[in-house]
Design a protein around this ligand. Sequence first.
Ligand SMILES: Cc1ncc(COP(=O)(O)O)c(C=O)c1O
Length: 386
Amino acid sequence: MKTVDSRLQPIPLHASRGISLARGEGCYLWDTEGRKYLDLMTNYGVNLLGHAHPAVTEALVMQARTLTNAHQSFDTPARQEFIEALSTFLPPALSRMSFANSGAETVEAALKYTRATTGRIGIIATHRAYHGRTFGALSATADEKYRQPFLPMLDGTRHVPFDNLDALRDAMNESIAAVIIEPIQGEGGIRVPRDGYLRGIREICNEVGALLIIDEIQTGFRTGAPFAFTREGIAPDILCLSKSIANGLPIGVTVVSDAVSERIPKGSHGGTFSGNPLVCAAGVASLRILADASLHQRAAELGERFLRKARDLRLPQIREVRGRGLMLAVELKKPATPVIKAMQDRGVLVMPAGSTVIRFLPSLLIEAAQLDEGITVLADAIQAAA
Ligand SMILES: Cc1ncc(COP(=O)(O)O)c(C=O)c1O
């Protein structure tokens, strides 16, 4: 792979995968050497409808020819259409929203809104949580590797064990502004809590007047339903969305209840690029496709198929196979990186979620045969890397 040939170099923040990606189409990517890869990671979950989806590309080209930026002090049709398209997925209680450019920015807004709404500063997040890397979001993120170089974090933020309502109840008091939770932990290793966990959190929040922030940045539209929280018959006070809602264009949305919205002073939050018509046009095209309920039914079935087939491998190196819909993981009894590298060498792209977990976030449009190929290559790579 060619390195950057100039005096200016990127800060080496990321471990290099050693290939340079040139082009994508559907569930495949090609590197600059012309090698083809089956993409089972969709750029950390953003290209939910695959690469260069014709409807999204068409919407982007049309919008690029028309208007790419319009500050939110102006209305613009693409933004209006995006809000209308998103509203069809939301419960009535979630009736207000603000735009952002990334997942972390939506969390940042959510945390600020909880202060304005409750007048409290306490935030409870969970062990292994990942909510992003800006200061507020990082304070809610658990991994010390990300936090340590930048201490101190926000005052009043603490972490309790995931999927443990007793621990949450013990940590809860009337200084807590909000609990922030991923319905299924993503970066933390694709950890699916027991049924009733989110409902339990909702009840505990209600008891002390704290808000519930649900971070569906990774789970959104991927777990066999538009949102994972609906399974539990509850609604959050604040919902964070990003990654897949514009199929790879940088967008984020923080959705709130009327009660939260009423306490946020006019002019107190915003951003130059937020809600720009270009990303909104990609979002409208994506959300219109995601409105097809059969896609979510299919994601649920494909996820079941993956879990069954990966478990049937019965390889001694595998500790556990878990996930829901097309948010899946194979946890090994040894480091995941050599296996991920061996899969890449065999033309399949996946990613880690912690040191021993291989994470699969494929496109919703993936074919069963492509998913099966991923499992075959996984088995081969596990044995090769043994
Ligand atoms: C659950 C969750 N929240 C927040 C984020 C942060 O999003 P971004 O990387 O766009 O800032 C991520 C990113 O992986 C995520 O998975």
